[in-house]
Structure formats: structure tokens, C-alpha cells
Design a protein around this ligand. Structure first.
Ligand code: ZN
Length: 742
């Protein structure tokens, strides 16, 4: 019985689909069922609720970098504040260094297939032929009373069982002693940190990050965010104050998160004097360590040690770089509420472009991002040169881009400056607006790339920057491989996370700003989101809601299509019909002359499809409205006025098909016979009445010779060939056949 009924329904719906075109897909329905519901912690407006809470972790760390055996060893005391409403019997800490431990190879693996020919490095990534003893040795974990705590390590996560329950509203301290071998960055793919060895002068640049056991996030949406570190998904971290003492070889220079506390001990008198000058230099950097001085340092190889002391307030992480190779320049950047020291450190291998461009790039990023969100709040902002990759931490970033024999191509220079702007920009997303990177890569990468591209477009107009066109190749790709933006970080493919998590959200935000909401309103809303969630942990729903809340714009259709599907934009300008009104009182002879063809309205062929406008307009008759049509109205329209207004006008009925599936506003460019142009824009809501095909009628004084959809390429239309009328001649079937068999 059930089976029979099912068969009947299937049959019925099959016919009904054909009867009424295609099924309604609810593209404008609210996305409430796709995002987490609001609650007392996260309001329906997208703001943190009155009882929003988050944990806090303060760190006191003493660490020694041993240059002889490339190891780090340290001791830390974490003061952990349980601001949650829950009592906790255990806590989770992150041990990212374990990701490269033997046995954890599958985490972070990218491509495990063999090829006919492979480089030794590719084979190394695949097989770990050269073994590397990665991972932490945890010497002890103790509580406030110096009692050992029981720990259990699961790959990159360590569970610490507390001896007493950590009550809601109270704090506890953990003391941890640990060490690990610093990773050789060239050995592993996606190494965000580690050391780079320079054989020529037998020196090393150390980039030290996720180097100490850090508290995992515990929050209202995840509980413990203890998803394993698998390399693609980055970090979820709590805010806190840091007090860090870093012991390194005496002749090393350390660049770090935080403010240097003992410059008298670690810097020379000359360096301090230059730093004082840099604090007053707002137009160009001052060299703190020159090339000649760095080269002299390279030759020292001191076996003595020196301790650098730093303090950082309200940061979610702490990283540093150390080397005797560093040159160092610095300048002050004045923001409305803060003066920041922008500084760059680089080995001579970064010359000359690093000295010319790095600190300037920091300044541009600080200015544009501060204006778009809130002033950069920290005292320093540092860019350190690396061999490759760009990686961000609070107040410091490691940025690739190195000339070859002192020369750098224009493209490589663009890449380097773009990287510095991008990584400095991460100070806002996610270092301060602290979304969960391990879960949603697009939230920090997308928002950051959006502002990074804006910085490039505004400050380096001669460079290439992302526009909606940039996402077309990705969005017109194979739908079986594509994943929506709302895919969790580690579930995206290695070769498409850049397009999907960086570029697609960037283009989405550009479309909202430039074409859907409008610059002024969008900028206000974006600023609102940044300010609502600074030093907090926002979720996608908080962003989605805030942008609607602050603009009075229903964007659920946009979020649904752009973030939750892999649909693309492809509008087809199916037909443009040209009409003129038959005027009873005018000379019919004249009318016949002006229009090459006259079709009586009730006989007109509704299916007629013209190739261009050469056959002239169809002429429709406009009859008087019968009294009965007015119903209860006693007044009558001024018919002569209506006739007068339409006299001689050109009426165009435009038919547009939505081929790609994404609903979007429709921009129509009219090119008139006299060469002038005009643009009409229809809101996305036009697709409410029919998600597949719409018709819209326009009245124009002048005759139109050409119509184009999306003339300024605002909406990433993947196929521009079907955007014009008269239609652009498409390839013959034979040409297509030839192309496909190439
Ligand atoms: Zn990034």
C-alpha cells in the first residue's frame, strides 16, 4: 500500500514539475534552519548576549632556545579562569608540535599518491624517509599545590585531570615543564614555524610558534574545542596576558609578540638611541640594525646566553623569531587612538626589497584596517622575513618573499607585499575578532582577505587585486568536487581551500559592499561586527545576523546561495522584445512607416524570438479602460496623459533565465542607437516570483541597439557569452566538437 502510494506521488510530481516549469526551491526563505539559533549568549541581532562568557588564560613562561641541538625547553604557569557557568573536572590543552610526530602522519597529509617522477622533497613529505623526532616531551604538569596532575595525550590534545573540581567563576593554575625539537621547516609541508638554516654563513633563523602547551577553548557552542590539529584548520585560542622570558644565544636578536621589558639589557646603547629616533619617525623607517652590523653579527657565534623579557596584554597567542642574522628597521604609525611601532626584521637575503617595502606595507595595513574596523590596539606590529609561507600571530607575522641575487620580479614583489598586508591584517581576524579557525577557516581568511584586497586596491592601485571575476574559474568548476564555503576547515581539499575560504568569501563581501547593500551601510555594519566581537569568539551566525541587523537588508538569500551551496551565477539574457504603442489618434500612415512591421496586439506571436532589433518594434494597441474595470472607484485615470507619456516611447520586455542557480541582482546596460548608455538595476528579490526565469519591462525614450547583463562584472557571472542581445554568435556544433576533442 505504501509502495503504491509512493509510486503514485512520484508519478504525479513528475508531471506537475513539467506542468509548472521547475520546483520552487525557497531561495528567499530564512536560513534559520541552517544556522544555530540565538540564545542568551548570542542574541538574534548577532551581538554577544548580556551573559556571554568566555574563558581566560594568563601565561608566565620561561623558555630557552638551544642553538646547538635546535631544541626548545621551557616551563610555564597558566592561570586559567573558568568564567563558564559550568564546573570542570578536567581541562584540555593543545600540543600542536605533536602533529609531526611519527604515527600522526595521517593528520595533515595532503596527497599520498605516487607519481612516475617525484622530487626527493615530495618523497620526503610522503614517506618521512629522513626521520624527525617531532613532538613534545612533557616533563610534568602540576597544580597550584605542586601536586602532579594526571594527563592523557591524544595526538595533539592533552587532557589534564584536575585534583579538585574547577568551580564556575573560579580559577586554577597549572605548571607545565616541556621540551621539543624545533622543526626543520624544509622537511614538512605546511610548516608554519620551525627553523631555516643558511649554509653559506652557518646560521639559522628561528620562527617559534605554537611552541608552548596552550589552553584549548571552552565555550558555549562547542564545549571543549578539542578537535585535533590537522594542519589545515588552524587555531582556537583564549585571550590572556603574557609574561615571557626568552633565553637565546647572546648575539641573537629576538622579535616577539608583546612589548620588550628589558631593552637596557638586551639592546646596545646605539640600538636604543635609534629606537628612540624611530618612535618619532612617522614618514620613514629608521635602521635599528644595519646590513653591516647584521653581517658582523653573523660571524660571532657566541656561546653565551641572554634573556629577552616581553609582556603582552590581552592577546590570544604568543610567537617570536630569533636569529643573529637579522637586520631591523622601525617607524611609528599614528592612528587616531594609538601610536604603533611598525618594524621589520630580515636577513640580508631579503635585501633590498624588504628594507624598501616591508615596514611601509605594515603601515598601509594598519591604517586601512583600523579605519575599516577599530584602531590597532597593540604597541608593536612586526613583519619577519621567511623563505616561504605567510603566517600570523598577535603583533608579529612571518612572511615569505625573497629576491634572487637581489632581484625580485614584479609578481613576486606583489606577492610579498600582499602577504605582509594579509598577515598583519590577521591581527584583526582572528587575533582580536577571534573566530574559531579550526572550525571555520573562511571566517578569518575570508574577512581578512576582503580587507587585505581593499588595502591593496586602495594603496597599491597598480597591483592586481581580487574582484568578482577572480572567483569565476573556481565557481564554474566541477560540482562533484566543489564544497560550500560553510565547510569546516579540515574537510576542504588542499587545492581549493584558497579559492573557497579566501577568495569566495572576499568576493561575497565585495558584492555585498559594492552592489547589494551599498558602501556606506555595509562599512558601518562590518565595523559593527568587528567591534561587537573584538576580544570575543564569534560564530558564522553572529556575522550573518549582524550584517542584516545593522543594514535592514534581508541577506538570507545571499547567505543561503553563496555560503551554503556550490551554485554559481550564470544569467542568460534570453530575449529582448521591442514594442511601441499604437496611437489611435495619430496618423496610421506615419506609424506604419516608423515601424517596419505591425502586429495587431491580439494576434501577436508571443513565442516570437527576434535575433536583433532589425525587424523593428511590435506595435501594440492601447485600448480605453472600460468603466467596469474601475469597480468601486468613481475617479478615472487621465487616459490622454497616459497616451501622451507613452507616445513615441520604446518599450522593452526583457527575459532573463537563471542558469547557474544563484539568485543575484540583475544589472542591465542599455546601449542606445546614438551610442549613449544607461544602466538599470533590479534587486535580487526579482527572483522571488520565479527562481528560474523573469521578465521585466522598461520604457526608454531612445531606441536601443544592444543590451548587456552585468556589464561591470559585479556578480561573477561565469558565462558572459549569453549576457547580450543581439546574441553573440556562439560556436558552431562542429567547433565545439573540435574543441572538446583537442
Ligand atoms: Zn590568512
Amino acid at each position: 500500500m505504501r509502495l503504491l502510494l509512493f509510486a503514485f506521488i512520484t508519478l504525479f510530481s513528475f508531471f506537475s514539475i513539467h506542468a509548472q516549469h521547475q520546483p520552487w526551491q525557497g531561495k528567499f526563505e530564512p536560513i534559520d534552519n541552517l544556522i544555530s539559533p540565538p540564545n542568551i549568549y548570542r542574541t538574534a541581532s548577532g551581538a554577544p548576549g548580556k551573559v556571554y562568557w568566555q574563558q581566560r588564560a594568563d601565561y608566565k613562561i620561561k623558555v630557552t632556545l638551544n642553538e646547538i641541538d635546535n631544541t626548545m625547553s621551557g616551563e610555564e604557569t597558566i592561570t586559567y579562569f573558568n568564567n563558564s557557568p559550568d564546573d570542570l573536572s578536567y581541562v584540555w590543552l593543545q600540543l600542536e608540535q605533536n602533529v609531526n610526530k611519527k604515527g600522526n602522519e595521517d593528520f595533515g597529509s595532503v596527497n599520498n599518491s605516487m607519481k612516475d617522477s617525484m622530487t626527493t622533497r615530495q618523497i620526503q613529505f610522503l614517506t618521512r624517509t629522513i626521520d624527525f623526532p617531532a613532538g613534545y616531551s612533557i616533563k610534568h604538569v602540576k597544580d597550584t599545590n605542586e601536586y602532579n596532575l594526571k594527563t592523557m595525550v591524544n595526538n595533539t590534545m592533552m587532557k589534564v585531570k584536575l585534583n579538585t573540581i574547577l568551580k564556575s567563576g573560579s580559577s586554577t593554575t597549572l605548571s607545565i615543564a616541556w621540551s621539543y625539537p624545533i622543526t626543520d621547516r624544509s622537511l614538512f609541508l605546511l610548516s608554519r614555524e620551525g627553523y631555516e638554516y643558511f649554509p653559506e654563513d652557518d646560521n639559522t633563523v628561528y620562527l617559534i610558534a605554537h611552541w608552548f602547551p596552550r589552553m584549548a577553548v571552552y565555550n558555549d557552542t562547542e564545549g571543549w574545542q578539542n578537535q585535533q590539529f590537522q594542519k589545515l584548520g588552524e587555531f582556537a585560542l583564549e585571550f590572556g596576558d603574557y609574561d615571557v622570558e626568552i633565553t637565546v644565544p647572546e648575539d641573537h636578536i629576538v622579535a616577539s609578540t608583546g612589548e620588550l621589558q628589558n631593552s637596557e639589557t638586551v639592546l646596545t646603547k646605539t640600538q636604543r638611541k635609534r629606537m628612540d629616533a624611530a618612535r618619532k619617525s612617522f614618514d620613514k623607517p629608521v635602521m635599528i640594525i644595519t646590513k653591516a652590523e647584521a653581517e658582523a653579527n653573523e660571524k660571532q657565534k657566541s656561546t653565551k646566553q641572554k634573556t629577552w623579557k616581553f609582556k603582552a596584554k590581552n592577546v590570544r597567542d604568543f610567537a617570536f623569531a630569533s636569529s643573529r642574522k637579522f637586520m631591523w628597521d622601525a617607524q611609528a604609525v599614528k592612528l587616531p587612538t594609538n601610536t604603533v611601532m611598525a618594524m621589520s626584521l630580515y636577513p640580508k637575503e631579503g635585501l633590498p626589497v624588504w628594507q624598501e617595502e616591508s615596514t611601509k606595507s605594515i603601515m598601509h595595513a594598519l591604517e586601512v584596517y583600523s579605519e575599516a574596523t577599530f584602531d590597532y590596539p597593540y604597541p608593536v606590529c612586526i613583519s619577519v622575513n621567511t623563505s616561504n609561507i605567510g603566517m600570523e600571530f598577535p603583533m608579529i607575522s612571518f612572511n615569505g618573499g625573497r629576491p634572487i641575487n637581489g632581484k625580485i620580479s614584479h609578481a613576486a614583489k606583489q606577492g610579498m607585499i600582499g602577504t605582509i598586508i594579509h598577515e598583519v591584517g590577521h591581527n584583526w581576524f582572528p587575533m582580536i575578532v577571534s573566530s574559531d579557525e579550526r572550525k571555520w577557516m573562511w571566517m578569518d581568511e575570508g574577512l581578512n582577505t576582503f580587507l587585505h584586497q581593499r588595502t591593496v586596491a586602495e594603496r597599491y592601485p597598480e597591483f592586481n587585486s581580487v574582484t568578482p571575476k577572480s572567483i569565476v574559474p573556481f565557481m564554474s568548476g566541477d560540482k562533484n568536487i566543489l564544497r560550500p564555503v560553510m565547510t569546516t576547515s579540515d574537510n576542504e581539499l588542499f587545492n581549493q581551500f584558497g579559492a573557497n575560504f579566501y577568495i569566495k568569501p572576499t568576493v561575497g563581501l565585495q558584492m555585498l559592499r559594492n552592489s547589494i547593500i551599498g558602501k556606506e551601510l555595509f562599512d558601518e555594519a562590518f565595523k559593527e561586527y568587528a567591534n561587537r566581537w573584538k576580544y570575543k569568539h564569534p560564530n558564522p551566525a553572529d556575522l550573518f545576523r549582524t550584517l542584516e541587523d545593522a543594514t535592514a537588508t534581508d541577506l538570507d538569500w545571499f547567505y543561503r546561495g553563496w555560503f551554503f551551496t556550490t551554485d554559481h551565477v550564470d544569467m542568460e539574457l534570453t530575449n529582448v522584445k521591442w514594442f511601441k504603442v499604437f496611437e489611435e489618434n495619430s496618423n496610421i500612415e506615419d506609424q506604419n512607416k516608423s515601424s517596419k512591421r505591425k502586429i495587431v496586439a491580439n494576434q501577436k506571436n508571443v513565442e516570437s524570438q527576434e535575433k536583433d532589433f532589425s525587424n523593428g518594434p511590435e506595435v501594440i494597441t492601447m485600448t480605453s479602460t472600460p468603466d467596469a474595470a474601475y469597480g468601486q472607484f468613481l475617479s478615472r485615470l487621465d487616459e490622454s496623459e497616459i497616451r501622451k507619456q507613452l507616445s513615441g516611447k520604446n518599450i522593452y520586455e526583457v527575459t532573463i533565465k537563471n542558469i547557474g542557480g544563484l539568485v543575484m541582482p540583475v544589472t542591465i546596460a542599455w546601449v542606445f542607437a546614438d551610442g549613449s548608455t544607461e544602466i538599470d538595476t533590479l534587486p535580487a528579490e526579482i527572483w522571488r516570483r520565479n527562481e528560474y526565469e523573469i521578465q521585466q519591462t522598461f520604457i526608454k525614450d531612445k531606441e536601443v541597439s544592444k543590451v548587456n547583463l552585468d556589464p561591470n562584472f559585479e556578480f561573477a557571472d561565469t558565462d558572459m557569452k549569453n549576457n547580450s542581445f543581439p546574441k553573440i554568435e556562439s560556436k558552431s556544433e562542429f567547433d565545439k566538437f573540435k574543441d572538446s576533442n583537442r
